[in-house]
Design a protein around this ligand. Structure first.
Ligand SMILES: NC(=O)c1ccc[n+]([C@@H]2O[C@H](COP(=O)([O-])OP(=O)(O)OC[C@H]3O[C@@H](n4cnc5c(N)ncnc54)[C@H](OP(=O)(O)O)[C@@H]3O)[C@@H](O)[C@H]2O)c1
Length: 328
C-alpha cells in the first residue's frame, strides 16, 4: 500500500491567488498496472502557468476542484512494470504536487544531470528560452534584444542566449539586486528596474537605437513601452504575460500596438509543448554553453511539498531569482 501526500485545488480563484485556494491531504495509490511505474518525487518545478491552470481552460484543461495540482517534477522510480523506466532510474515529467505518483510516460534524466538542471536548463524552461530566441526572435549580431522577467527562470536563459548570438541584450527586472545579477554575472549589457520610474524613459536610454527583438515574459506596461520603441521589422516573442495572470481581470490592451503597422513588426505567441522536437538540440546546446561558462543558472528552492503554494504565490511578487523549485 503506497501513501502519497498531495496538494489539491480547494477552491477556484476568481481574484488574487491565496494559500486558502489549496488543500493538503494524503491518498492511497492503487497497484501498478502493466506499463506503469511508481515515482518518489524529489523536486517540483514551480511555474507561472499553474496560475492559469487553476483558474480556467488554457492550452490544457482547467484543474478541477479536488484534483492534484498539475505540475512538472522529477524523481526516482521505486517500483516498475515498464522496462523503459526500471527501478532506480530517474525521470522528469508531469508528476503533480504529490510525494508519490504513478506514471506511464516520462523523460529519463541522463546520468550526470542533476534534478535541478533537469527541471530548468535541460527541461521545459531551457527549451522555452531556446525556441523563443533561436526559432522565433532570431536576433542578429549587433541588434538590440530586450528581455523582461530577466532575472527569472526563462528570461535569464533567454538573455544569455541572445548574448551568445551576438545581440546587445537589455534586461527588465524588479529590483536593483536582480538587475545587478543580470548584468554583472550573466553578462547582459544593461538592465532596467521597471519599479524605478518610467519604463519608457529607461528603455529609451538603454536602447538608443530602438528595439529589434523583445522576449516578453510579462506583458502589461513593459510591453506597451517596448511597442513604442520598436525598429522596422522588429519581432515580439510573446512568451508570457505574468503581469496579467494574478489580477482576476484583463487590463486594457497596449495603446502602442498600432506602432506594429508602420514598423512592419511581427508578434508571435508560442507554447513550448509544441516544440519538443527541438528538445534534443536544445539540451546539446545547453550542455555546450554551460561547459563554456556562457550559460549560468540560479535556483530559488523551498523545502517540502507543503511549501509549493507559497512558492507559486512568490512568483507574482518577485520572490524568486532564477528557477523556482520545491525540494521534497
Ligand atoms: N510560452 C510558453 O510555453 C512558456 C513556457 C514557460 C514559461 N512561460 C512564461 O514565461 C514567463 C516567465 O516564466 P518563468 O517560469 O521564467 O517565471 P520567472 O520569471 O522565474 O518568475 C516570475 C517573475 O515574473 C516577475 N513578475 C511577477 N509579477 C510581475 C509583474 N506584475 N510585472 C512584471 N514582472 C513581474 C517577477 O520578477 P521581478 O522581480 O523582476 O518582477 C518574478 O520573479 C511567464 O510569463 C510564463 O508564463 C511561457
Amino acid at each position: 500500500m503506497t501513501e502519497s501526500a498531495q496538494v489539491t485545488l480547494a477552491e477556484t480563484p476568481t481574484d488574487k491567488l491565496a494559500l486558502s485556494h489549496f488543500a493538503h491531504g494524503t491518498a492511497i495509490l492503487p497497484e501498478l498496472e502493466d506499463g506503469q511505474f511508481l515515482v518518489e518525487v524529489k523536486y517540483l518545478s514551480v511555474d507561472p502557468t499553474i496560475r492559469g491552470w487553476v483558474a480556467h481552460d488554457t492550452y490544457l484543461p482547467k484543474i478541477a476542484e479536488g484534483e492534484v495540482i498539475r505540475s512538472l517534477g522529477a524523481g526516482e522510480v521505486v517500483a516498475s512494470r515498464n522496462d523503459a523506466h526500471p527501478v532506480g532510474s530517474r525521470v522528469s515529467g508531469l508528476t503533480g504536487w504529490q510525494s508519490m505518483v504513478i506514471m506511464d510516460s516520462a523523460f529519463p534524466i541522463p546520468d550526470g544531470v542533476s534534478y535541478e538542471d533537469a527541471l530548468s536548463v535541460f527541461g521545459m524552461t531551457g527549451l522555452t528560452a531556446y525556441v523563443g530566441v533561436l526559432d522565433i526572435g532570431k536576433p542578429e549580431p549587433g541588434q538590440t534584444m530586450v528581455v523582461s522577467g530577466a532575472a527569472g527562470a526563462v528570461g535569464s536563459v533567454a538573455g544569455q542566449i541572445g548574448k551568445i548570438l551576438g545581440a546587445r541584450v537589455v534586461g527588465v527586472a524588479g529590483t536593483p539586486e536582480k538587475c545587478a545579477w543580470v548584468t554583472d554575472e550573466l553578462g547582459f549589457d544593461a538592465c532596467i528596474n521597471y519599479r524605478d520610474g518610467s519604463i519608457a524613459a529607461q528603455l529609451r536610454e538603454a536602447c538608443p537605437k530602438g528595439i529589434d527583438v523583445y522576449f516578453d515574459n510579462v506583458g502589461g506596461e513593459t510591453l506597451n513601452a517596448v511597442l513604442g520603441q520598436i525598429r522596422d521589422h522588429a519581432c515580439i516573442v510573446m512568451c508570457g504575460a505574468i503581469a496579467n495572470y494574478d489580477t482576476g481581470k484583463l487590463p486594457p490592451g497596449p495603446a502602442n500596438i498600432v506602432n506594429v503597422i508602420p514598423r512592419r513588426a511581427r508578434l508571435q505567441g508560442f507554447i513550448v509543448l509544441d516544440h519538443y522536437d527541438r528538445a534534443r538540440d536544445a539540451a546539446a546546446a545547453m550542455a555546450r554553453w554551460i561547459g563554456e561558462g556562457r550559460i549560468k543558472t540560479r535556483f530559488t528552492v523551498t523545502e517540502g511539498l507543503d511549501s509549493a503554494p507559497e512558492a507559486l504565490l512568490g512568483l507574482f511578487s518577485g520572490q524568486n531569482t532564477g528557477k523556482t523549485l520545491v525540494r521534497l
